[in-house]
Design a protein around this ligand. Structure first.
Ligand code: PXL
Length: 277
């Protein structure tokens, strides 16, 4: 057997299994890569929201990155919830030491997760600054949604022109590519994501599904891009593939508990529901 490409997620645990590390590992598996984890925080969470956040010591986060990179090797990495400025500094240092990000050769996707979909904070205020100044310059791609765009740039995106302005403002922080996810901004039927490499825009327009269960959709998109990059796709191809993957996974989302259920890549395993029956 040959070893599959290896991917690393540097992110928080969601005890409800919807988002974070759990969504990333599910996506990596469905994309045919070997997923590894550097856990930054344990959230106490169910489908109704986050009731506790317990951060991991920064040096333990860094050590997780270094041990897997030096032994197993990483073809692409991503970040999710990073929680504090101290963790971000530790992640930046560890990534530099093992060649993850723009100072090395390993593609690095930074998903600037700042809050849960219920509005629970997943990043301290000081950490926002660290994200911009320490991680964005190291990133191959940053993938903010419109709430994160507002926090990071102060730009309240209400038009396609403003979405382009926001992409340009974010590119100033030094990432190679920016993906501004438009969500349901334009109309109820379509969503437009805008990819920018500092000179050219590529638009990805897809149908918008009016579904309640979208927990983990940002994580799933970023981990699919990461998997594509690990398999050698270029950025435009990886984002295009990830858009198709997330659209299908949103359609397969399921209810869970009393709140919001997760998007699901189980469509990649067509007989999963009947297996073991
Ligand atoms: O979906 C963003 C996200 C990432 N990571 C963790 C989360 C969430 C959202 O709730 O809990 C751990």
């Amino acid at each position: 057997m040959t070893t599959p490409p290896r991917t690393l997620t540097i992110a928080g645990s969601d005890s409800g299994g919807g988002a974070g590390i759990q969504a990333d590992l599910r996506t990596f598996f469905a994309c045919g890569v070997h997923g590894m984890t550097a856990i930054t925080a344990v959230t106490v969470q169910n489908s109704l929201g986050v009731s506790g956040v317990h951060t991991i010591p920064p040096e333990v986060v860094a050590a997780q990155i270094e041990v897997v990179a030096t032994d197993i090797g990483v073809q692409a990495a991503k970040t999710g919830m990073l929680a504090t400025a101290e963790i971000i500094t530790a992640v930046a240092g560890a990534c530099d030491r093992v060649g993850i990000g723009r100072s090395g050769v390993t593609p690095f996707v930074v998903d600037p997760v700042s809050a849960s979909m219920h509005g629970d904070p997943l990043l301290t205020d000081q950490a926002l600054d660290a994200l911009r100044s320490q991680l964005f310059p190291r990133a191959s791609l940053v993938t903010p949604n419109l709430d994160e765009v507002r926090l990071l740039t102060g730009i309240e995106v209400r038009s396609q022109a403003q979405q382009r302005d926001a992409a340009k403002a974010l590119a100033e922080f030094g990432s190679a590519w920016v993906l501004v996810k438009g969500g349901h901004l334009w109309d109820d039927a379509e969503c437009l994501d805008l990819l920018y490499d500092g000179s050219e825009f590529t638009e990805f327009v897809g149908p918008r599904y009016d579904v309640k269960h979208t927990h983990g959709s940002g994580d799933t998109l970023a981990s699919t891009v990461t998997s594509g990059l690990a398999k050698g796709l270029d950025m435009v191809a990886a984002v295009r593939a990830a858009k198709a993957f997330i659209q299908r996974s949103v359609q397969d989302a399921y209810p869970l508990g009393g709140g919001v259920g997760p998007v699901s890549p189980r469509w990649r395993l067509p007989d999963a529901d009947t297996f073991l029956l």
